[in-house]
Every structure is written in C-alpha cells, then in structure tokens.
Design a protein around this ligand. Structure first.
Ligand code: FES
Length: 503
C-alpha cells in the first residue's frame, strides 16, 4: 500500500488549491498515470488529468512530481509522491491552460522561414545534424516547470523550451531569419547550465549543451556576446592560463616550493604503482587554496601519494559554458601534454571534472579522470578519524550529480566520519545558481537561487553544508549569509575530512 498526494483545485468550487492523500495498492512498474486512474476508480475521486498516447509520445500528461516535471505515463509511482499541475494557470486539478506557450511561440514567429525551395533539395545530413538534436520535443512543457531560474525569473529567462525552439530554427540552414537576437532577448545568459531540463526531458534533449551553449558560441563568433563579466575569464586565461586573477602565491607554486624545501612528497620511483595526478582547477590553484591544503593533509593521513604537476591550466569550463570556445583547444592540448604520463587524473571541482570527462574528448583528449570522492571512497582509513560531533548536509553540484553521475560516493564518505549526523536537503540536486556564468554575469539571480538552497539548509539544522565545487561553496555561503545563517559554513567535502584527520 502506498500513499499518493495530489494537489487539487476546482476553480468553480475552491478558493485555494489543497492536497488530498490517497492510499492505493501498488504493483511493480505502476506509473503515475496508473495510480491516478486507480485513485479515481477506488475513491471515485474525479481527479482531472490529461493523457492520450500513454506511451511518452504525445506530451499531454506532463505534471510535477515532487517538484520536478515528468510524464505521468512514464514515471513510476513511489510512496508519498506529491503530484501537482505544471506551472501554468490551472483549469482543474492537473489540467492546465497551456495557451500562453502557444501564444509565445506565435509571437516569436517560431516556424521555418524559408522561401527558397532549392535550399531544401540540396540539404545534406551534416547540414542538419545540430538542428536534429533539438527537434524531437513533444511539447510536454515539463522542462519549464522544472527550471530553477524560470521559477524565479520568468521575465528574464523564457526557459529551456523556448531557447531550444529558437535554436532548432537558428541551426537549420534553410531558415533565413536571424534568430540570435531573439535568443539574447530570451535570456540566453541567464541559464545556469544545471542540466536539470535535460535530465527530466522524455526525449533526452540536452537543451543546455545542444542548444543554449551553441547559441552562446554563435553569439560570441558574431561579437554579440558574452556578458562583460564573462570576457574577464578569457582575458585571465589568455594572460595566465587561469580564469581568475592571480594571487600572490598560487597553490601549485607554493606546494612545489615546499616540496623542494622538505624533500619531495610525491615520488614516482615505483614503476608498478599507479601514477595519480591532481588537476587543481583555477579556483583551488588561485583562490580556494585552503581546499588544496586540506587535500594534502587528508592524503598524508591516508598514505596516498598524488602528484600536482606544474604547467596545468584551466580546463576551459568557464569559456565553454559562456560560448568563448576559440582558446579551448589550446587549453585541452596543454593539459593533455602535462598529464600524459599519469594513469589517473583526480579533480576536486565538479565543473573541472565534468569538463575533462565530457568536453575534452571532443577536443581530442581522453584522460582517465576521477572525482576526488570516487577516488577516496575506498581508500580512507576511518580508524584515524576523530569524532566531529556535528551535523552535516550535502549539496549535489549539478556538474557532479548530472555531469558525472556521482551521488553516492560523497554521501558514503560523510557517513564514514564518526560523530557526524547527516541530514539530506529536501532537494539536494537543485541547482544553487552558481553555474553557467550566472554567478559572475547575473549575481542577483545566482543569489536568489542560493537563498532557496539556504532555506533548505535551515530546515536541516546543519552546522556545515558540504559539496565538491568551489563555485557552489561560495554561492551557497552567500545565500546562507543573506538569510541570516552566517554561522552555517559551506565546506568542500575534503575540508570536512581534514577536520576529522586533524590531530
Ligand atoms: S500520455 Fe502521451 S506522453 Fe504521456
């Protein structure tokens, strides 16, 4: 027996929506749509909902399930799920009025603008490969009700559905209309690249990577973008190889100085031993050096040797995410050369890890990359850890959970630390707002999303929010400070581990 909660509203009889709970007998593979039908049968509940094909093809059965958009005919029902209508005006219960979306499509003139018959006839498959990736949408609109930016900033960001729609025509060589200006006006630089829309899309359309990121690259090529704050990344990369400004003493430089003074900690004398190297990323090398030093302590406590090679440069993530792609190949090549003799490359920043794993192969470099949590999860000596007596929660960075499919290992590590009480956030995978150049380019939007996250932290009563991304770390701390939770600190998971290993 499971409980299913349904948000109900009948504008004829109700002043406000309300939640009703129903108990039903579930069976393996039962879908949300089956559950709604069973509730109507068992309780004579008369819940209104839409469905047609029942095969994930028509897009009519889109609803929100525990806050995320999904097709009711495809999503399995689980105990205590909350089924709500999508974020459109509600007609009754789960049936919404989607006419505003149709009107917007008309206003944006989203239809193929082509008078030239010959351009259809001469089309080769490679001409339409980009548009093909983004044209299988079934108009379920679930992405619009899932996007964390649309939730707060509808005026600034039309959302993944529309950007994808614009790109479908912009990438089509037959289309004669210039769509880039529309894309810019629709909030192209307001997307945080969280990838949530792609993860819930029933057609697996990657609206950020295959639409928005490409539109940003096209805008850059035509000098229509990016935002001024984003140009700084590139200026920094060109002058120092790092996307942020240089501190007095970068982490890698100071570690090598120390190693030389004390006798080098890393040794590669043993030919048979796996050679592991740390990819620090710009933030740990130039700004969040405390994370790098914490890692050195944790490694030392566990007798793990990792090299930190000099000469490594930015992974290119801030440039790729903002469309400034012209120097990326050079960065990939430089890193490929630096890490070519290592068996494994460890990252300590979710964005760097996702970029090395997912983007670099497209530029000809395929290193064996692991996030620090993947690397450490089976190597930590728990007998050396001391009790911390503290309450901790965990924020899943988008580029770790969705970008690298890593969710379990950080939690396993937290649970290993004695005296740590772990409590999950209500939505640990919800974007904190820091990515995609939004923290630098649209800080007010990043802060608003961080405040959402901070409110979830408040509910847990945690002393520390842990994560593995310096950008999330800074942004969530800003959100916590903003809502008066300055005492709660965000840490890289490695900093929490360091506390456990401190003498
Ligand atoms: S009923 Fe057609 S997609 Fe679900």
């Amino acid at each position: 027996m499971i409980t299913v909660n349904v948000k109900r509203f009948n504008k004829e009889t109700d002043e406000e929506p309300h939640i009703e709970s129903y108990e039903i007998e579930e069976y393996p593979g039962m879908k949300v749509l089956d559950a709604l039908e069973e509730i109507n049968r068992k309780y004579n509940a008369d819940i209104s909902f839409r469905s047609s094909c029942k095969a994930g093809q028509c897009g009519s059965c889109g609803v929100k399930i525990n806050g995320n958009g999904a097709l009711a005919c495809r999503e399995e029902i689980k105990n205590n799920r909350l089924i709500e209508p999508l974020d459109f005006p509600v007609i009754k219960d789960l049936v919404v009025d989607r006419s505003s979306a149709d009107a917007k499509i008309k206003e944006l003139q989203l239809s193929l603008d082509c008078d030239n018959k010959a351009s259809h006839e001469n089309l080769k498959p490679e001409d339409i490969k980009d548009t093909k990736k983004v044209r299988s949408c079934i108009e379920c609109y679930t992405c619009l009700s899932t996007c964390p930016v649309v939730k707060h900033f509808k005026e600034d960001f039309l959302g993944p559905y529309y950007l994808r729609y614009i790109s479908k025509f912009d990438f089509d060589p037959r289309d004669e209309y210039d769509r880039l200006i529309e894309a810019l006006d629709s909030g192209m630089y307001t997307c945080t690249s969280c990838g949530k829309c792609g993860s819930i899309c029933p057609k697996n359309i990657n609206s950020f990577g295959d639409a928005i990121e490409k539109l940003r690259a096209m805008a850059y090529a035509r000098d229509l973008g990016p935002l001024d704050a984003h140009k700084l990344f590139k200026n920094n990369v060109v002058s120092s190889g790092r996307s942020v400004s240089k501190p007095k003493e970068p982490f890698i430089e100071s570690v090598h100085k120390k190693w030389e003074e004390e006798g080098k900690y890393y040794t590669d004398e043993n030919e048979d031993k796996e050679k592991v190297a740390l990819f620090t990323g710009c933030m740990v090398d130039y700004r969040a050096q405390e994370v790098g030093y914490a890692l050195l302590d944790v490694l030392k406590a566990n007798n793990i040797e990792i090299d930190i090679p000099e000469g490594q440069v930015c992974c290119g993530s801030p440039l790729l995410r903002t469309g400034q792609v012209d120097v990326v190949q050079e960065l990939v090549d430089r890193n490929k050369e630096v890490f070519k003799d290592y068996d494994k490359v460890i990252t300590i920043c979710a964005g760097c890890g996702a970029t090395l794993k997912n983007d670099h192969p497209k530029y000809g470099s395929k290193l064996n990359v692991e996030d620090i949590s993947e690397f450490l999860v089976d190597k930590l000596d728990t007998s050396k850890m001391k009790e911390l007596n503290t309450k901790v929660t965990w924020h899943d960075p988008c580029h770790l959970a969705r970008g690298q499919n890593i969710k379990d290992q950080p939690r396993e590590i937290i649970e290993m630390i004695p005296g740590v009480e772990f409590e999950e956030l209500e939505l640990p995978c919800q974007c904190c707002g820091a990515g995609g150049g939004v923290k630098s380019g649209k800080p007010e939007i990043a802060l608003e999303l961080a405040k959402d996250k901070a409110e979830m932290v408040r509910v847990t009563g945690a002393d520390y929010v842990t994560t593995i991304c310096p950008f999330c770390q800074i942004n969530i701390q800003d959100g916590l400070n903003e809502i008066g939770l300055e005492n709660v600190k965000t840490l890289n998971l490695i900093q929490l581990l360091k506390m456990a290993y401190d003498e």
